[in-house]
Design a protein around this ligand. Structure first.
Ligand code: SF4
Length: 231
């Protein structure tokens, strides 16, 4: 309390796979039963980082792509660092498959995943699961003003240590808002799976053949005409 925080948080003692392994070893020594999740940005060699994390002893590789970030993270960090997860996930998924360790590593993705359709997309690209953050904040009525770390903290009472501001909303209300969000995800994902005749989200992992890039979808002549007319 009373100390300034940095966002994104820097790890000044980790510059190599060996440094990384040292951290994983510490965690395992302290909590031998813990599942170790390594959260990394998505540099061009993110596939090598994933395999390195596996051999360092991690159970989960969590790829955090661009576009996400806390309200306090500067735009330059959010929008200019790391490749989009749409490129990073298949790269890691395929490389883990080639190395024969895909089933031994859980692949989690985050960074700009907002809707049930975003979730389905990253699962189809090869992720096992996702981390949602901004949508949860918005469900709690975060207005994305970027003032989380300024002054007394969040004026909505979400990111603050100020008791008066923190009382701006009730725990019961906030809990129900998050329950509603995840319930809506579940309903929408069930419908997406139903349309593909799938019984489980696991059947969708790596099914990038189900995706189409909207920029390259050939539209019928009449539809193009309507679009052109609309513009
Ligand atoms: S509403 Fe609160 S949590 Fe959201 S960006 Fe603003 S200060 Fe941060």
């Amino acid at each position: 309390m009373g100390n300034a925080l940095f966002s994104p948080f820097p790890f000044h003692s980790v510059y190599s796979v060996e440094d990384h392994k040292k951290h994983v070893d510490w965690i395992k020594a302290i909590s031998p039963k813990a599942l170790v999740s390594v959260k990394v940005s998505s540099p061009t060699d993110v596939d090598m980082v994933a395999v390195g994390s596996y051999y360092a002893g991690a159970h989960i590789i969590h790829i955090d792509g661009s576009y996400g970030g806390t309200g306090a993270a500067p735009d330059i960090a959010k929008k200019n660092i790391a490749m989009p997860i749409e490129y990073a996930i298949p790269k890691v998924h395929e490389f883990l498959l080639q190395e024969g360790i895909r089933n031994e590593m859980t692949l989690i993705a985050s960074g700009g995943i907002r809707t049930a359709w975003d979730i389905a997309k990253v699962i189809a690209l090869g992720a096992d699961g996702v981390v949602i953050a901004t949508s949860e904040m918005v469900a709690l009525e975060c207005i994305r003003c970027g003032k989380c770390e300024s002054g007394r903290g969040c004026p909505r009472g979400i990111a603050t240590t100020d008791r008066e501001l923190a009382n701006a909303y009730g725990l019961g209300w906030a809990t129900q808002r998050l329950v509603n969000l995840f319930h809506s995800y579940a309903i929408q994902l069930q419908e997406i799976l139903w349309r593909f005749g799938m019984r489980s989200i696991q059947e969708m992992v790596g099914r990038s053949d189900l995706l189409s890039h909207q920029d390259y979808v050939t539209k019928p002549a009449s539809a193009s005409g309507e679009l052109a007319a609309a513009h």
